[in-house]
Design a protein around this ligand. Structure first.
Ligand code: PMT
Length: 229
């Protein structure tokens, strides 16, 4: 039987990618099937939590049972939904792949293809939702980030993760290796399995062995549950 250690806890999980319009038909966005975020939401609900799942673009996934699903498109929409739901929550997990930039100018009409060289797209910075959550400093609320890092022998995914945890200031950070060099061996994106490390602001680091996204979710909630008072 599943533990009921999250009974009555209010949690928010973000999933999927955000997409920023360039014109009415084109977007600039991030890869994400939403599978990892959906698994986190499903497992939390099974363990007794009240879950709000804020989902951007995802693969065609069945919504988890007994979860409030809020669909969003842009980073700004995800920001509003996550910060709103996060107000009454004890845990916020940002598994979404959030677009860091958006086109500065959004055309009102479809940009025409001509024989001329296409124009460069000017970008502007999007808000960082995770950092805003941390900056709110809600007492007793845990904030969990995710980091998809590419690494190889010289570029150690773990040290990228450590640096990101320090920069973002969250309580826990899940680092998933997304496989550099295009060897196609493994990617956290889109597939049904994932692996990585769970880093704590206290300096702890726990390997998350290769397994289903649901299994990884269970380990994340174990760590969160142990930290909830
Ligand atoms: O959806 P799947 O196909 O199952 O794949 C899952 C996943 C690989 C997308 C997921 O496990 C994951 O790692 N998500 C984070 C992807 C990422 O690279 O994040 P990041 O390094 O750009 O951002 C770090 C953290 O800050 C994340 O928690 C992100 O949600 C958050 N962030 C980032 C930018 C921004 N503007 N606002 C944010 O809140």
């Amino acid at each position: 039987a599943l533990p009921r250690d999250l009974e009555g806890r209010r949690v928010v999980v973000s999933a999927g990618g955000t997409a920023e319009p360039l014109d009415p038909v084109r977007t600039l966005g991030n890869r994400s099937s939403g599978r990892q975020g959906y698994a986190l939401a499903r497992v939390a609900a099974q363990r007794g939590a009240h879950v709000t799942l804020v989902a951007g673009s995802t693969a065609d996934l069945a919504p988890p049972a007994a979860v409030d699903l809020v669909r969003v498109r842009t980073t700004e929409e995800m920001r509003t939904a996550v910060l709103d739901a996060g107000k009454g929550a004890e845990v916020v997990v940002m598994a979404a792949a959030v677009a860091d930039f958006r086109p500065l100018d959004v055309a009102g009409f479809k940009i025409k293809k001509t024989d001329a060289e296409p124009e460069a797209i000017r970008l502007t910075r999007n808000p960082d939702i995770l950092r805003e959550l941390v900056a709110e400093q809600v007492p007793g609320r845990l904030v969990v980030g995710f980091a998809a890092e590419t690494g190889d022998a010289e570029h150690d995914v773990l040290s990228f993760g450590r640096a990101k945890l320090a920069r973002k200031g969250c309580d826990l950070l899940v680092v998933n290796a997304v496989g550099a060099g295009g060897d196609g061996r493994h990617s956290a994106f889109e597939g049904s399995d994932n692996e990585g490390w769970l880093l704590g602001a206290d300096g702890s680091s726990t390997p998350l062995p290769m397994g289903s996204k649901a299994a990884l979710a269970a380990r994340v909630w174990d760590a969160v549950g142990a930290r909830l008072s």
